[in-house]
Each structure stands twice: as C-alpha cells, then as structure tokens.
Design a protein around this ligand. Structure first.
Ligand code: NAP
Length: 339
C-alpha cells in the first residue's frame, strides 16, 4: 500500500529535504509512557537508522495534570484527543488509550482523515478487523497493530512473511502475559490466585478490566487477530470456544505438578478441511515439564507455528509491559517510514 508520509521541508533553504514523521500519541499510561520514552531515546539516531526524523508532536491524555512516568513537554499535552486524531499536520496516530470508546471512534476518525494508525488495542480490532482493514484501504493509509498480539514478539510480521512462501497449518501459544504471570506465581511460589492477581495488577500487566484477562477473552481477541494473519479468515472472538483461569485453584496446579505437568492458558487454532473452517479454542491445558510452554513464565509469551514446508517455528518474548509493548509499536512506526 502506498504511504502518504509527507516529506516536510527543512527550515534552512537550500538544504536537502529531510523527512519528518510527526506522531500524535493518544494515551500516556503504561504503554504510552513506554512509547514516549523510546521515541526520546532514539530521537538523535532515528534519521540515520530509519531515513526520517520522528517527532512526538502531540499527546492526548485524560488527566492533564497527572504525574507521569516519562518527561513530555507540557505544551504538547492536551486532553482533546479528537484534535490530535484529526490534525492534518500529524502523519501517524498511535492509539494506546485502550478499551472500546473513545478509542474505536478516534481510530476510525484518524483513518478517515488520512492518518496512518498504529494501535495495541486488540479489544477494538478483534471485533471489527475487516471493517478497519477496509477503512485503511479506502483512505490509502496503514493500519498496524503488532503490539496488540504478544507484546514485543514480532509474531504478525513473522506470520505474514512465512505465508509469502509457506502455509500455516496450525498455531498454538501462550498469548496472555497477565494470566501467565498469575499461573506462574501460583505454581512457583505457592501463592493464592488473589495474591497473584494483585501482583499482576501492581506490575501493570492486567487490563483495566481484569475479567478480560481472567476469563480468557483477551486471549480470544488475540487469537482472532492471529487467525486472520495465519489463515486469511475473519473470526470474531465470541465465535472462539473460551475457558479462562477463573476456576483454576492452587490445588489443581499442585496436582498437575505431582504428575509432571504445569498449567498454562493456551490459545490454539488449526485449519480443518473436515469441518470446513478453523477450529479455535482458548483453555487452560496441562503442559509436560519438558515442553517449551512449561518454561514460558511470568509475562513471557510463546507461539508455536506449524508450517507445511519450514516445519515448526517457535517465537518467544515479553508479551506485556511498558517498554516491551512500546518496542513493538516503534517497530510499526519504522514500518510506516519504510513502506
Ligand atoms: N499494559 C500492557 O502491558 C499492554 C500490553 C499489550 C497491549 N496493551 C494495550 O495497550 C493499550 C493501552 O494500555 P495501557 O496499559 O497503557 O493503559 P493505561 O495505562 O490505562 O493508559 C491509558 C491512557 O489513556 C489515557 N486516556 C484514557 N481515556 C482518554 C481519553 N478519553 N482521551 C485521551 N486520553 C485518554 C489515560 O490518561 P490519564 O493517564 O490522564 O488517565 C492513560 O494515559 C490497551 O489497548 C491495552 O490492551 C497493553
């Protein structure tokens, strides 16, 4: 797809044009702070490495006076997210507000006003992926969301590349960092589920609404996005059989451990010619101690892809957290520059 990135003129007449990519950041919470931090850290090297200067032009928040984990010039902070999402001087909107609204409408408006959109919002994307893809196509802009699935792991990029020459037969993975953090704490330190949930919340791993994580809904949203990239089908999260970890007790885990297993929340999908489609499921599974999933602990995620020609492929890394998630977003920013 053609990029609409505008090469802006350097203020010094006669000097070669330098491309400037102007970013509008919606949200400065756990992930947004990580994005602002990395943008600041790479500011001086971005031009040499990516071929464009990257400028954080505006940041929208809910509470303007709140203390922040990152330093951002006060004059670029606003609580009018709409003015940022529709600003013609901005090239890329990064949406990290999360939740349904206003994130959904802001992203739609940003696409409709000719902005590339980068988001980590699997909740919004997974329920309307095909319409968001259509909107990006019509407006000839990019919609990128590597951070929405498995945080720092470039899983969507890897699947897209594999599918150019191979076929994905199945995928299976630990895709929710917070439930994995909770199950790891219960298994390794013997703490209760409630104590583990409180720790995951304090570490910033839980969604604002923790039932999304605990019920398996967040994993189903990610699986719906993965299915589209792996198999080319649009599946809604509520079409995926989903069982969360709300009923997993400490004694279930201890019992599995005595038999040489650990308990993990696993998302899986396989193309089935017999059933004429995709069989997809999110559910706790007993995993043998020697399987790579068993050593995928805390906020780590692991995805196993079975491909027709290349065979099994394993991807592992941090699936949540401020900087790991932000690093996937910055990867998408660089993609916008290079596309
Ligand atoms: N946290 C993770 O590890 C992680 C990992 C992968 C993906 N994600 C996804 O990343 C997204 C953001 O998550 P997060 O953990 O960073 O959330 P968060 O910490 O709750 O941050 C949300 C930010 O959005 C701002 N905000 C809320 N409503 C707003 C509005 N109407 N206008 C402007 N700003 C508004 C908040 O402003 P104030 O600060 O002023 O309140 C806050 O800065 C979600 O879609 C989540 O699913 C998160």
């Amino acid at each position: 797809m053609e990029s609409t990135l505008i090469p802006r003129l350097s203020p010094i007449a006669g000097v070669k044009r330098r491309r400037i990519l102007r970013i509008g950041l919606l949200g400065l919470g756990v992930v947004g702070s990580g994005v602002a931090h990395i943008l600041d850290a790479i500011h001086s090297t971005a031009y040499a490495q990516c071929g464009a200067e990257i400028e954080l032009a505006a940041v929208a928040v809910l509470h303007k006076e709140k203390q922040r984990a990152v330093r951002v010039p006060h004059n670029i902070i606003t609580n009018d997210a709409w003015s940022v999402a529709t600003d013609p001087e901005i090239d890329v909107i990064i949406e990290v507000i999360g939740g349904e609204e206003p994130a959904r409408s802001l992203m739609r408006e940003a696409l409709n006003t000719g902005h590339h959109v980068i988001t980590a919002n699997k909740l919004v994307l997974s329920s309307a992926l095909s319409s968001f893809h259509a909107l990006a196509r019509v407006n000839r802009v990019q919609l990128l969301y590597e951070a929405a699935v498995c945080g720092s792991i470039p899983v969507l990029r890897s699947i897209n590349m594999l599918r150019q020459t191979d076929e994905i037969i199945s995928l299976r993975g630990i895709v929710n960092g917070s439930t994995n953090y909770i199950l790891t704490a219960m298994a390794q330190r013997g703490i209760s589920r409630d104590e583990a949930i409180a720790e995951a919340r304090a570490a910033g791993f839980l969604e604002a609404d923790p039932t999304l994580d605990l019920s398996g809904a967040d994993a189903a949203q990610k699986l719906a996005i993965l299915i589209h990239h792996a198999f080319g089908e649009y599946v809604l999260p509520n079409e995926i059989e989903t069982i969360g970890i709300t009923n997993i007790s400490h004694s279930d885990i201890a019992d599995a451990q005595r038999r040489g297993f650990t308990v993990k929340l696993v998302a899986s999908a396989i193309r089935s010619e017999r059933c004429g489609g995709i069989i997809a499921r999110v559910a706790p599974e007993e995993i043998p101690f020697d399987h790579p999933f068993a050593s995928t602990n805390n906020e780590l995620n692991t995805i196993e892809l079975q491909t027709r020609y290349a065979g099994p492929q394993l991807l592992s890394g941090k699936g949540a957290g401020s900087l790991p998630t932000a690093s996937a977003i910055i990867g998408d920013v660089v993609r916008v520059i290079r596309l």
